[in-house]
Design a protein around this ligand. Structure first.
Ligand code: MN
Length: 229
């Protein structure tokens, strides 16, 4: 995990490095929803999206898992809820084995626009390193109770949900542990037809769900799609 920088020096960025979105980002809220996300990032330096909360929508809720080679490799699991992506950093990534409890450290809410982010965060910036879109799709409350059930589960620290991803499917749970400090949760696969104690899914799947690139290719800025595998 990247450590939070205690101070942020304003450095002068050459005009050429500034993108149009960077200027707009300055108006993104640093308080309220996504405030922590915006405070941690300098959008004149990183290509990550600025945090904004869109108007309410009624389509299926989205999820995304991003493999993130920051100072320590981890997988960021993000579930859409109330206009933001609730986010957990899972050092070992998801496991299909229901006997495995994967530590999931809750991190700041991310904007929904982050769901398409793949690329490299500059070294020295918050979360500096390569980000791969590892899986994505929609998800729903396991009990069919919709967003009300998910909201209540999140508040209670017990979110039971079904993933409809390209790579991950079926029933999962996030359970919050009672510990002081930043909330720590466990990500556990429920027993269903998608559970598999023999398959190491993070070892198996090493390419982007969006571009089929490896981490090395993303880091190198290679933009072509792999058509041969
Ligand atoms: Mn991360």
């Amino acid at each position: 995990m990247a450590t939070k920088r205690a101070t942020r020096k304003r450095v002068t960025t050459p005009k050429s490095a500034k993108r149009p979105s960077a200027r707009k980002a300055a108006t993104a809220t640093k308080n309220g929803a996504l405030g922590e996300y915006n405070r941690k990032r300098d959008f004149t330096l990183t290509r990550e999206p600025a945090g904004r909360v869109p108007a309410t929508r009624t389509k299926a809720l989205r999820f995304v898992i991003q493999k993130h080679a920051a100072s320590h490799l981890h997988y960021d699991v993000r579930l859409e809820l109330d206009g933001v992506m609730k986010s957990w950093a899972v050092p070992k990534g998801p496991s299909l084995d229901p006997s495995m409890r994967r530590l999931a450290m809750e991190v700041e809410d991310h904007p929904i626009a982050y769901n398409t982010f793949e690329g490299t965060i500059p070294a020295g910036e918050y979360g500096g390193g390569t980000v791969m879109l590892w899986d994505r799709g929609t998800y729903e409350a396991e009990d069919g109770g919709g967003v009300t059930s998910l909201r209540e589960g999140y508040r209670r620290g017990d979110v039971k949900f079904i993933l409809h991803g390209k790579r991950l499917h079926g029933s999962w749970v996030l359970v919050r542990m009672k510990r002081p400090g930043r909330p720590q949760w466990l990500l556990i696969k429920h027993r269903d037809e998608y559970a598999d104690s023999k398959r190491d899914v993070t070892e198996d799947i090493r390419t982007s769900v969006a571009t089929k690139r490896t981490m090395e290719e993303i880091a190198a800025g290679r933009r072509v799609w792999r058509s041969n595998r």
